[in-house]
Design a protein around this ligand. Structure first.
Ligand code: SF4
Ligand SMILES: [Zn+2]
Ligand SMILES: [Zn+2]
Length: 303
C-alpha cells in the first residue's frame, strides 16, 4: 500500500475512506481541516484573546499546538492555556506535567486552578463523601471553573479539544438521557446565545476523529504516554463510546452520519431554545439553569 497522494509509505488509512496517507501528507491534511473548521465557523477573529482548555492529554495539546503554531500566525490572536486540576490521584498530575512542559517550551502562559483551592476538596475526596458518579461531579465543577476563570481572564473564546468521536458520543448521550435542550448547546461553537456570563467555546478538532487526533499527536511528539482517568471506565460516556466504536467497525460511516444529521437540525434546535431563560445562581451569581447552580448544590452537600 502507498500514500494516495505521493506514493510513499503511508502511516494511516483515513477512517471511513479508502485514502491512505504518509506522514507529510497526513499532517498537511489534518492542519488544513482544522484551518477550514476555524474559518467556516468563524471561531477566531483577529485580535481576540483565546484560552485553550488543556488537560495535558492528546486532544488538548493538539488544539493548543495548532492554534498557537498555525492559526495564531494567520490571525494574530493572543493565546493562553487554562488547566483544571481535579485532584485525581495518580492521573492528573502526570497529564498536567505534559501541559506545563509544552507551555514552558513554547512560551505560553498557563493558568492552573484546582478543585482543592477553589472548592476546598479534591475530586477523589468529594466522590467518597457524595457517593455520586465521579464524572457527574467532575463535569459540573470543571465547567463551572473553566467558565468563571475564562471570564475573569477576559477571554473572548475558550477552545477545547473535543473531536468528532467526543461530539458523536455527546449527541447520543443526550438522546438517551438529557434531551434536545442540552444538545442545542453542542456544535462547533457552543451556546444558544452569547450571554454575558458565558464564554463561548469553540472546537477546532470538531471534524477529526479520535484516531486522526491520536496519529497527529504521535507524529508531532505531543503526547507519548497514554494516560486514562481511573474513573473513565465506569462512565456512561464510556459505555456509549464502546457502542459507537463497535458499530463503526461494521458500519464505518456511523459517527460521521451522527454529526452530519445533527448539524442539519442544530439551527432548528438553537432557534427552538433561544428564548430559554438563563438564571443566575442566588448563591454564587454564576449562570445557572436553576435558582441555585449545580456546583453550589454539591458544595452544600459537601459541607
Ligand atoms: S473520566 Fe470522568 S472523572 Fe475522569 S476526568 Fe473525565 S469527567 Fe473527570
Ligand atoms: Zn504522501
Ligand atoms: Zn452557584
Amino acid at each position: 500500500m502507498t500514500c494516495s497522494r505521493c506514493k510513499t509509505k503511508p502511516v494511516i488509512k483515513l477512517p471511513n475512506s479508502q485514502v491512505s496517507l504518509c506522514k507529510t501528507c497526513f499532517i498537511k491534511y489534518f492542519e488544513k481541516k482544522v484551518r477550514r473548521t476555524v474559518r467556516q465557523y468563524k471561531m477566531i477573529k483577529k485580535g481576540e484573546l483565546i484560552g485553550v482548555g488543556v488537560s495535558g492529554g492528546k486532544d488538548s495539546l493538539v488544539t493548543l499546538h495548532i492554534l498557537n503554531d498555525i492559526i495564531n500566525k494567520q490571525r494574530v490572536t493572543k493565546i493562553l492555556a487554562i488547566a483544571i486540576d481535579e485532584g485525581i490521584h495518580g492521573y492528573r498530575s502526570k497529564t498536567l506535567q505534559n501541559a506545563v512542559n509544552y507551555c514552558e517550551k513554547n512560551g505560553i502562559k498557563l493558568h492552573i486552578y484546582s478543585f482543592e483551592n477553589e472548592f476546598g476538596i479534591s475530586l477523589d475526596n468529594a466522590v467518597k463523601k457524595l457517593k455520586l458518579h465521579p464524572c457527574s461531579v467532575c463535569g459540573v465543577f470543571r465547567r463551572y471553573l473553566l467558565n468563571q476563570k475564562a471570564r475573569e481572564l477576559k477571554l473572548n473564546k475558550l477552545a477545547t479539544g473535543h473531536n468528532l468521536d467526543d461530539e458523536a458520543q455527546s449527541i447520543v448521550m443526550n438522546m438517551f438521557k438529557s434531551g434536545n435542550e442540552v444538545s442545542a448547546r453542542l456544535g462547533p461553537i457552543t451556546g444558544i446565545k452569547t450571554e454575558s456570563g458565558f464564554i463561548q467555546r469553540v472546537k477546532p478538532l470538531y471534524f477529526l476523529t479520535e484516531k486522526e487526533v491520536m496519529t497527529y499527536a504521535f507524529l508531532k511528539g505531543l503526547n507519548e504516554e497514554l494516560n486514562e482517568c481511573p474513573y473513565a471506565t465506569e462512565s456512561f460516556r464510556n459505555d456509549v463510546k464502546d457502542v459507537l466504536n463497535n458499530f463503526s467497525e461494521k458500519y464505518p460511516a456511523t459517527k460521521y452520519s451522527i454529526i452530519t444529521s445533527f448539524l442539519d437540525v442544530l439551527p432548528l434546535l438553537k432557534e427552538k431554545y433561544k428564548n430559554g431563560q438563563i438564571k443566575y445562581c442566588k448563591c454564587c451569581g454564576e449562570p445557572a439553569s436553576n435558582e441555585v447552580c449545580q456546583a453550589c448544590e454539591y458544595i452544600k452537600l459537601l459541607k
